[in-house]
Design a protein around this ligand. Structure first.
Ligand code: ZN
Length: 306
């Protein structure tokens, strides 16, 4: 509960920060569009004429405008994929590789099946995380499942049934973002590997997607082996506030935007509803990452230089 209070306070601070900026913008004559008291620019249906990546036409460079389209709502590391939100074609990562053919990506862990596939970028992060675990003496990781295409998912669904498998397109394994991790020492939940991941996965951009205390939110039984890449700072914020992905995307949507510190960096996270087209303004010098939420919005994450 305390953490929610902190988040609420943050939201108030964000509002104040924006009001402050609003005033500064007015006094400096920098702002072109009307500022709002929240972090969200609800600029739906903006014209095609908005430039991408060059401020507000004032030459100052304090802000830049990013154009967003529908397609972006379906793709990215924060897409919610579950029985109500199937993955779209755009949501499948385009760097799926057969891990056994990528020795530089499989250092430090084993594969249960030789034909395991995964997004190369996610595998790279997983390899680095496993490296960090090895430094703590935890070394018995094994991937038991990675990317599954929709035909494979369909076969699994037909073989295992609805109680044990999700229909094609409804499984995170169909995106390339998720993987099942086991321990060669025994059952994952009780193993050093499982325990280490519970403690440290969020530091590396991963979340335990189906925790024991969130079965009612996720609709999925506790799965101590299923990890999902969402990226930083989101994994840290979710862990800190004990939010499942369903809850986190709903929370961001409700707030419109937050500013928060995570992992020693300061971030502004905005959610923009995209109905056809939209634009969002971000600080010109921020490093920005976009991800759809697979619910009609784009989550815009700006790492601020403050
Ligand atoms: Zn899984």
């Amino acid at each position: 509960m305390k953490k929610w209070v902190v988040l609420l306070l943050l939201a108030v601070l964000i509002g104040n920060a924006y009001m402050q900026r609003h005033r500064e913008d007015k006094s400096g004559g920098l702002a072109k569009t009307d500022e709002q008291s929240t972090a969200v620019d609800w600029e739906k249906g903006a014209s095609d004429g908005d430039s991408v990546g060059d401020g507000d036409g004032n030459g100052n460079g304090d802000w830049r405008t990013i154009r967003l389209t529908d397609a972006q709502t379906y793709a990215g590391s924060l897409i919610l994929v579950n029985s109500a939100h199937p993955v779209r074609e755009d949501g499948v990562l385009d760097d799926i590789v057969a891990l056994a053919e990528q020795p530089e990506l499989t250092f430090g862990y084993g594969l249960l099946e030789a034909d395991t596939r995964l997004s190369a970028s996610v595998a790279e992060r997983f390899r680095d995380m496993v490296g960090a675990a090895a430094a703590d003496g935890v070394t018995h990781f094994r991937i038991s499942s990675g990317y599954r295409d929709q035909a494979e998912q369909r076969r699994m669904y037909e073989q295992k049934g609805a109680d044990y498998a999700l229909p094609p397109g409804r499984s995170e394994h169909n995106t390339g973002l998720s993987l099942d991790v086991g321990s060669t020492l025994g059952e994952m939940g009780g193993s050093p590997e499982g325990k280490w991941l519970i403690r440290h996965a969020a530091e590396h951009g991963f979340i335990l997607r189906y925790p024991k205390d969130k079965t009612e939110v996720t609709g999925i039984q506790y799965e101590p082996w299923h990890f999902r890449y969402v990226g930083l700072p989101h994994s840290l914020i979710m862990a800190e506030n004990n939010l499942a992905l369903e809850e986190y995307t709903a929370y961001l949507r409700k707030k419109g935007g937050i500013r928060t510190d995570a992992g020693g960096e300061r971030y502004e996270i905005q959610v923009v509803a995209v109905d056809g087209r939209a634009t969002v303004r971000v600080p010109a010098d921020a490093k920005v990452e976009l991800s759809g939420d697979n619910q009609g919005g784009v989550i815009v994450t700006s790492r601020l230089n403050e």
